[in-house]
Design a protein around this ligand. Structure first.
Ligand code: SF4
Ligand code: SF4
Length: 357
């Protein structure tokens, strides 16, 4: 709700920033270009300055990624700093280092969400991010975590058995977690078309029961991607989404590093507005879901009625008997009328103690 209200409030601040506290990883997935085996953690003071800077730009969600962020010795202090600013703190991890004590420490630091991608049921030479390796960690998360947990299953080239995505998704839901499916991209963030058996698994995955308010519904771009078709959308990376590497430079995303490549401490609202508006030639076949999802929030901001109707229509194609819950009627009444939306927005900003932007 905090993310939604802030995203509706203005278009001149980042909705989501991914920041890398360490480039090193304790795994070596064959498809990955986001890790090394040698680099040191970014010093704590530097990380705290970067978090302060992102908060100063009005960033709503700050996600720690890597490499493997749980290798950073001061991870809890970084999470705590994000929360001190009232931003939402999230973590993308391979889960290997999670223990009951690690999870409790993340609770105390105030982590809001954690995401793990699981590539297969049994480890192979492509990936060791496997259900068999991680299942005990998932059970600990179910038992101890006070933050939300999302398990992402993966489809695409290099993933040997597409059926594994369904097994992982079912296990995630059994444990009470949110479960999503991602499609592997190449080293430019671009689509690798799905084979027919992978497409059929993707369709079945989408039919697994999901809350109407899950981010899993912000995935309609993936329907085209699964069919190998381009998407007509406006990527706002560099504005509404930022990727901050271990050197403190702002990039569009993990797969378009070097553009614009400006130091975070020199990044301004002008940069945000210019880069958000700039068309990206890599957009039609882009599979980077978090950037698509931030763009969907802007779509909702600009065309609320059409976006909400689209979500409900897609839900009905999966379940023809679906009836929207009463709360959808209340939200429509509150947000679809522009004057009422402005008033409700102001009240929510005050009630949630969010910074005006
Ligand atoms: S665990 Fe994540 S960062 Fe590490 S190699 Fe695999 S995909 Fe890359
Ligand atoms: S379209 Fe945007 S998110 Fe996708 S690869 Fe290009 S810059 Fe990155």
């Amino acid at each position: 709700m905090r993310m939604f209200v802030r995203a509706m409030q203005s278009s001149s601040h980042p909705i989501l920033a991914q920041i890398v506290p360490i480039r090193r990883c304790n795994l070596d997935c064959a498809y990955c270009n986001e890790y090394d085996k040698t680099s040191s953690p970014v010093p704590l003071e530097t990380m705290l300055q970067r978090v302060d800077r992102l908060a100063g730009l009005g960033t709503t969600i700050i996600t720690l990624s890597g490499g493997e962020p749980t290798l950073h010795p001061d991870l809890d202090a970084i999470v705590r700093r994000i929360r001190v600013h009232g931003a939402i703190a999230t973590l993308i991890t391979n889960g290997l280092l999670l223990t009951p004590d690690r999870i409790r420490a993340l609770n105390r630091a105030g982590l809001d969400y954690l995401q793990i991608s699981i590539d297969n049921v049994a480890p192979d030479d492509v990936s060791k991010k496997s259900l068999r390796v991680l299942d005990r960690k998932l059970a600990w998360l179910a038992q101890y975590a006070e933050f939300g947990v999302t398990i992402n299953s993966v489809l695409g080239a290099g993933i040997r058995n597409p059926e594994d995505a369904i097994v992982v998704g079912r296990r995630a839901r059994e444990l009470g977690f949110i479960s999503t499916v991602g499609i592997l991209h190449d080293h430019g963030g671009q689509l690798q078309p799905l084979a027919p058996d992978q497409r059929s698994v993707y369709e079945r995955f989408r039919r697994l029961k999901t809350s109407l308010f899950s981010f899993a519904h912000f995935d309609h771009f993936q329907e085209n991607i699964a069919r190998g078709l381009p998407n007509d959308w406006h990527c706002r990376a560099g504005g509404r989404f930022l990727y901050v590497c271990e050197e403190g430079l702002v990039h569009y995303c993990s797969q378009q590093r070097g553009r614009p490549g400006i130091p975070l401490d020199q990044y301004t609202v002008d940069d945000i507005q210019r880069e958000a508006a700039r068309p990206k030639d890599c957009a039609p076949f882009c599979t980077i879901s978090c950037v698509h999802q931030t763009a969907m929030l802007d779509e909702f901001r600009e065309h609320p009625r059409e976006t909400l109707n689209g979500i409900l229509a897609r839900r009905r194609t999966l379940d023809p008997h679906f009836r929207p819950p009463a709360v959808v009627g209340v939200l429509s009444w509150l947000f679809l009328n522009p004057r009422r939306r402005g008033l409700v927005g102001k009240l929510l900003v005050r009630a949630m103690r969010l910074k005006r932007s």
